[in-house]
Design a protein around this ligand. Structure first.
Ligand code: PGA
Length: 229
């Protein structure tokens, strides 16, 4: 297998604790290969109360743009760093509903770096250059970018693999050419092979289909088989 494959499931603000525990019981993926990063991002309160199988790593869905301090309600990167290796920052839902700016997202990514968390920075093509140039180049050696076109998120209408690959290539060009780039937006077990087989796409960021443990197991399995065939 030529590349490390990042499979990132974002549960968003879904699931009771009981439902989250059931997900783990029904999870049945047989892929156990260090080159596959199988990352689930549960809501903050569940991060410390769930026991996932060993091959599943944890990510946060967000972090504060500030360090420890008087920032009521904020969860700093340092607080979650004991439990997670990754954190999604700048998801389009955060940018839209919580009015996060490119600079705030860049600050969150910098906070992740200070706490040894790999930020998964979400971007979209119309603002791609501004979103990338807001980031401190010092984080390039521990950064993942996720290209998520707005029209594809939760719509059942994904981007074409060719276009997603072209955007990923541009992201690599704008960074240091070694940053892994993921595609996100209506990814399923039925289409994941088309994306992960593209030369510039290093994995996928999945919302809806990560909520079902059987679908998630299939998704990881299909992606893995595609890359190792
Ligand atoms: P979706 O969401 O897979 O449900 O389209 C993707 C995302 O929001 O990251």
């Amino acid at each position: 297998m030529a590349k490390t494959l990042y499979m990132v499931g974002n549960w968003k603000s879904n699931k009771t604790l009981e439902e989250a525990k059931k997900w783990i019981q029904k999870y049945s993926c047989q892929v156990k290969d260090a080159r596959v990063k199988n990352v689930i991002c549960p809501p903050f309160p569940y991060i410390n109360s769930l026991e996932f199988p060993l091959e599943v790593e944890l990510g946060a869905q967000d972090v504060s743009p500030f360090p420890f301090g008087a920032y009521t309600g904020a969860v700093s990167a340092a607080m979650v760093s004991v439990a997670v290796k990754y954190a999604i920052v700048g998801h389009s839902e955060r940018r839209e509903y919580f009015h996060e700016t490119h600079q705030e997202v860049a600050n969150k990514a910098a906070e992740c770096m200070s706490s040894q968390i790999t930020p998964i920075v979400c971007i979209d093509s119309p603002y791609l250059k501004d979103q990338i140039t807001a980031l401190d180049p010092e984080i390039y050696n521990n950064l993942i970018v996720a290209y998520e076109p707005l029209s594809a998120i939760g719509s059942g209408d994904p981007d074409t693999p060719e276009h997603a690959d072209e955007v990923s290539r541009r992201v690599k060009e704008l960074t240091d050419n070694s940053v892994p780039v993921l595609y996100g937006g209506s990814v399923s077990a039925g289409n994941v092979a088309d994306f992960v087989s593209m030369p510039n796409i290093d994995g996928v960021l999945v919302g809806g289909k990560s909520l079902d443990p059987v679908e998630w197991s299939d998704l990881v399995q299909v992606a893995y088989s595609t890359i190792t065939e």
